[in-house]
Design a protein around this ligand. Structure first.
Ligand SMILES: C[S@@+](CC[C@H](N)C(=O)[O-])C[C@H]1O[C@@H](n2cnc3c(N)ncnc32)[C@H](O)[C@@H]1O
Length: 270
């Protein structure tokens, strides 16, 4: 049974009336909303549950609204050199506004260099559910003409990332994409799927496996957080490692396990 179209359109309108969800991919809202309309007793309940799920997979990582308009103004005053001291300090401050990059700041100096050492210098990246990851570029072992493709569910975020790439003359592009429904077909040396599998699992348990199998990249760096947003860590790493092992079951891929403070990563070579 599918939800009637008018009801789904009404749900999308009500969900996006809140500025917290207004920039999220309509495809993802539609996907979650349609399921909730079938499960719940009323439109009101379905709207509430859709918002809850969108919060869990997206807004929970942005405790305060990210001031992209102010960031754009700031960007125009910065040097175009990604290694410039003020640029580096600005990027770190910006990354602290998204919980996922914020918790990586303490390992930023070595995370990408160690995780990608065997394939450095990296010449092309497909960053899936990127969050503010592309701002980590100065800390990545990147070739000078690196090609960077990034996607996430937020339109305001991907617009800012486009401006960021333009300002620093990075050969990059950013677009909105719901990974539970689409496998981006861009080819690249390595795909980054950092701390995102648990978010995809909350919407569709088959999405991560589909991505790992169908991505058009030789390498995939996938990672999991070592603790929840609330700081709890009991049993989490073990559970995520079990989940990862399920995802690669039956595949003859080469796996390198890398444990960092706060993040467990796996470099997959297909
Ligand atoms: C834990 S954060 C990780 C962000 C980034 N990869 C990092 O490591 O800092 C999860 C990211 O997944 C994005 N996301 C959640 N569901 C998604 C989906 N269905 N498709 C694409 N991105 C999604 C969120 O907006 C958020 O930026």
């Amino acid at each position: 049974m599918s939800a009637p179209d008018e009801l789904l359109e009404e749900l999308i309108q009500q969900v996006t009336a809140s500025s917290k969800y207004a920039s999220i991919s309509p495809d993802l809202i539609r996907e979650i909303g349609a399921k909730e309309l079938i499960k719940r007793r009323s439109l009101k309940e379905a709207v509430k549950e859709t918002r809850n799920k969108l919060h869990q997979v997206g807004s929970a990582f942005q405790e305060k609204p990210i001031p992209y308009a102010a960031w754009l103004d700031e960007l125009s005053t910065l040097s175009t050199d990604l290694q410039d001291e003020t640029v580096v300090a600005t990027l770190k401050r910006q990354m602290s506004m998204h919980a996922s990059t914020a918790e990586r700041l303490s390992i930023l100096q070595h995370f990408f260099n160690e995780a990608l050492a065997s394939i450095a210098p990296v010449f092309s990246i497909l960053d899936l559910a990127c969050g503010l990851d592309p701002l980590c570029l100065p800390w990545m072992p990147a070739a000078p003409d690196l090609e960077y493709t990034a996607c996430d569910i937020y339109g305001d975020m991907t617009s800012y990332l486009k401006a960021y790439f333009d300002h620093f003359k990075v050969n990059g592009r950013a677009f909105v994409c719901d990974l539970t429904q689409t496998v981006p077909d861009a080819s690249a040396q390595v795909a980054l799927l950092l701390k995102t599998i648990p978010c995809l699992d909350q919407v569709d348990k088959n999405a991560a496996k589909r991505l790992l199998k169908e991505l058009n990249t030789k390498f995939i760096l996938a990672s999991f957080p070592a603790h929840s947003l609330g700081g709890k860590s009991k049993g989490m790493l073990q559970n995520y490692e079990t989940r990862f092992n399920q995802l690669i079951e039956g595949e003859s891929w080469k796996i390198t396990r890398l444990e960092f403070t706060g993040e467990l990563a796996f470099l997959i070579e297909k």
